[in-house]
Write a protein that binds this ligand. Structure first.
Ligand SMILES: Nc1ncnc2c1ncn2[C@@H]1O[C@H](COP(=O)(O)OP(=O)(O)OP(=O)(O)O)[C@@H](O)[C@H]1O
Length: 339
């Protein structure tokens, strides 16, 4: 039997050719990014990363046809985006933007149902097939409880999930999302990213999203687009960007360290004191972490008067000319050490 992945052929869905994006007014033109050349593929989750104001939303709005490009071309399935009618585009691309909306007197179910409007017409009656798509989307995002709620009573995170469900109900081969995890709590962020990743794999959809959830993107995305002023847009798998140093350069800021072994970022704490800590395992790692947070480097090969030993899962504190003390928690240990 063929695996789910091998049933589909990875294909070029969006091709970007020498694109410049930005804003044109009567008086001047503000170029946000230029000379972008790239391809987005089906069956992949692509995440766009970049600092505040770098142009992620501008790029997404341009790719969806909501905003005209300054220069260059965008092709969707080998056809220029501007040659599609609005209705044609709505059956190919669904979009989730971050802008808040002011909708009253509508339930979440009805809003998700609007995702079906390219097939029914705006006031069109929902067929059993439309209802099946809506129910499926609600199940996928796990928001059955929100479905009868009025949308103006939803929290930011709840509204975000409803908008994602609306995009899923639209059932398009391409989904573009601007910061879909922005208002979500951590478990929901993970759930939504995993759902989008699985969708790209199982249904061969092209999913492209912008996010500030760096660690999650590095763990879940198939491709990363790094956007910055100095290098433009750099593209690759998270692992290639890690190996070729692009990720470390991209986030080269004081206080952030990119660990090439784990492929993850961590906060760099300066230390001004050293303590001998011997042992191993999870307790050792947690003590090391807690001490570092307090400006103390912990290591087995340090010669300090005070020392900590982790034996048989017990923490013992040794101080010069005092009896060893059995410690029951890291908080207690810190109370002894940090004067
Ligand atoms: N309507 C507009 N006219 C002119 N400049 C704009 C307009 N909208 C946004 N900009 C500017 O374009 C640049 C890119 O903005 P954009 O919203 O695309 O950034 P972003 O990467 O999505 O930022 P964030 O992570 O903060 O959401 C910013 O400098 C912004 O101030």
């Amino acid at each position: 039997m063929k695996s789910a992945k091998s049933m589909y052929k990875k294909e070029k869905t969006i091709e970007i050719k020498d694109l410049s994006i930005g804003y044109r007014s009567k008086k001047n033109t503000r170029i946000v990014a230029e000379s972008i050349i790239s391809t987005i593929y089906s069956g992949e989750l692509t995440c766009l990363l970049g600092s505040n104001g770098i142009g992620k939303s501008t790029l997404l709005r341009t790719l969806t046809g909501f905003q005209p490009q300054l220069v260059g071309d965008i092709f969707i399935y080998n056809k220029r985006i501007k040659n599609y009618s609005e209705k044609e585009l709505a059956t190919l691309v669904s979009v989730v933007l971050t802008e808040k909306f002011d909708i009253k007197n509508m339930t979440s179910y009805e809003l998700i149902g609007l995702g079906r409007s390219p097939y029914t017409g705006f006031w069109g009656k929902l067929t059993p097939d439309d209802k099946r798509h809506i129910e499926e989307a609600i199940d996928q995002v796990k928001i059955k409880d929100l479905s009868p709620r009025m949308v103006d009573t939803l929290s930011d995170g709840e509204r975000q999930k409803v908008m994602i469900a609306k995009a899923l109900a639209q059932d398009t081969p391409i989904i573009l999302l601007d910061e879909p995890t922005a208002f979500l709590d951590f478990p929901s962020k993970v759930e939504i990213m995993q759902l989008l990743h699985q969708l790209s794999r199982k249904t061969n959809k092209t999913i492209f999203l912008s996010t500030h959830d760096l660690e999650l993107a590095l763990q879940i995305a198939d491709k990363i687009w790094l956007m910055d002023t100095e290098h433009g847009i750099q593209i690759g798998t998270p692992e290639d960007l890690s190996l070729n140093g692009n990720l470390s350069n991209f986030f080269a800021r004081k206080g952030i360290v990119f660990d090439q072994n784990t492929g993850l970022f961590r906060v760099e704490n300066d230390f001004n004191r050293k303590i001998k800590v011997s042992g191993c395992g999870q307790k050792y790692a947690m003590i090391q972490k807690a001490l570092l947070r307090n400006g103390i480097l912990a290591s087995g090969d340090i010669d300090s008067g005070l020392s900590i030993d982790i034996q048989d899962n017990q923490i013992v504190l040794y101080q010069p000319e005092q009896k060893p003390i059995l410690i029951s928690s890291i908080e207690e240990l810190l109370n002894y050490i940090i004067i």
